[in-house]
Ligand binder design. Structure first.
Ligand SMILES: *[C@@H]1O[C@H](CO)[C@@H](O)[C@H](O)[C@H]1NC(C)=O
Ligand SMILES: *[C@@H]1O[C@H](CO)[C@@H](O)[C@H](O)[C@H]1NC(C)=O
Length: 419
């Protein structure tokens, strides 16, 4: 089955018409779609869809899906959405280093409500189905469920809360007739927490089509505390090495300390304004790894650091390179020969549309998949829960957070459709 899927993706340009035919070959692989139902809730303030939302959210969080192991959760969504009359297509995404383990296929999940064999949606609702390690089991506060009830577990916020709320929002708008069956495409990608390979695979799939499909708007679900983001910082991710000359620690002038050079360079980098902006604040530098030398009484020959720099200036394509050049200038000032700076990726601030009535707005200091999806669509960034707990062992949100997000996504879909 896997090889037939893989060959389908190779023929991406002709793929949309084949999707319906391929569905037969993609029956569920024995993943149960039933979880213990969430305890019935009867609070007067409960929306009619509360149980559906909480049960879906629970099922998603219960399935472990650390980056590169998203197969089960993708199949769960395939079952769940197929049962609700969606046409579902699983887009295979290669394993890390392009070495698919036979047991661990992974997929982006694409779904649209109409029976049409190819989606013609103008709006995309998207989030990611992978999570950071370790898996943390689902938990919900005991007692009757109210808006204040807390739910915890890995992915309960980032980003399975967005996945559940997006599906519920779309279901509500379809049921009330506010959106048509062809208006919205659901896109749930793998790999966002690691390399962004899932969204890049989807973007590449679009590139291979002629003409390339063009969406009017893409609504990205990530934890924003239900504020509508005006954008997020860019990033520059680098390894820095300093090379010195080893020698006896009692005679430092006979050698050249790589650690000394590294300390001077990092201090300058941390104390320099690398770029700031009224909206996005300051460019910040995290020295996440520092390693150098071999012994206390030996002048260090080598020193190594890893930096994650959050870039506060644009434009999206070049803001990261501008900061990169500023760091290189500092290194050159400290020592024109000792340093090597190797940066794996860089981008400037990513702006999103926050000009919608009825939302509190904010900017985010983290990265997302938004730059990995090429195209000139309007971009929105919104979702339930706080990034401050998203990767911690205290990851949690409230029922109210989830329910507010359903309403928020509905508003954004309607806003995007009316523009
Ligand atoms: C940015 O850095 C300057 C010092 O360079 C500081 O005064 C200011 O408070 C910082 N702004 C933010 C938003 O952190
Ligand atoms: C739940 O998340 C909030 C942030 O939304 C955090 O302040 C709180 O400490 C967390 N609670 C628990 C019990 O982990």
């Amino acid at each position: 089955m896997q090889s037939s899927l893989a060959s389908l993706i190779l023929t991406a340009a002709t793929l949309w018409p084949l999707v319906a035919a391929s569905l037969d070959a993609q029956q569920p692989l024995g993943v149960s779609s039933t979880s213990p139902p969430v305890a019935a809730s009867h609070s007067p303030d409960a929306p009619s869809w509360r149980d559906d939302l909480l049960t879906l959210h629970r099922s998603l969080v219960e399935i472990p899906s650390i980056s590169y192991t998203e197969g089960r959760v993708a199949h769960f969504l395939q079952d769940y959405l197929t049962q609700r009359d969606y046409t579902v297509w699983l887009q295979p995404v290669p394993q890390r280093n392009n070495t698919p383990g036979p047991d661990e296929p992974r997929f982006n999940v694409l779904a649209w409500k109409s029976a049409s064999p190819h989606p013609s949606a103008s709006i995309v609702l998207s989030s990611h189905i992978d999570v950071v390690p370790p898996h943390i089991p689902y938990g919900i506060e005991p007692g009757p469920i109210t808006r204040e009830t807390r739910i915890k577990g890995r992915g309960s916020v980032d980003a399975k809360a967005s996945v559940a709320a997006q599906i519920q929002a779309l279901e509500n708008l379809l049921a009330s007739g506010h959106v048509g069956r062809d208006d919205v495409l659901l896109l749930f990608v793998v790999g966002e927490e690691d390399s962004g390979d899932g969204m890049r695979a989807f973007s590449g799939f679009l590139d291979a089509m002629d003409p390339r499909p063009q969406f009017d708007a893409v609504i990205f679900g990530e934890p924003t505390e239900n504020k509508l983001a005006c954008g997020h910082k860019g990033g520059l991710f680098c390894g820095l090495t300093a090379r010195g000359v080893a020698g006896h620690s009692g005679y430092p002038w006979l050698g050249k300390s790589a650690n000394g050079l590294m300390i001077n360079a990092l201090a300058k980098i941390l104390n320099t304004d690398l770029g700031s902006d009224d909206l996005f604040g300051n460019t910040t530098v995290n020295v996440g790894i520092l390693d150098g030398g071999v012994a206390a009484n030996v002048i260090a020959e080598n020193s190594f650091a890893k930096l994650a720099i959050r870039v506060a200036i644009g434009p999206q394509d070049d803001g990261g390179k501008i900061v990169w050049d500023r760091v290189l200038a500092i290194l050159n000032e400290v020592d024109p020969e000792a340093f090597t700076l190797t940066c794996s990726h860089d981008y400037g601030v990513v702006k999103t549309n926050c000009d919608v009535d009825g939302f509190e707005v904010a900017v985010m200091n983290y990265g997302t998949d938004i730059p990995n999806l090429k195209g000139s669509h309007t971009r929105y960034l919104y979702g339930p829960g706080s990034i401050l707990v998203a990767h911690g062992d205290n990851e949690n949100l409230t029922v109210a957070d989830l329910e507010t997000a359903v309403e928020g996504f509905q508003k954004l879909i309607l806003h995007a459709l009316s523009n």
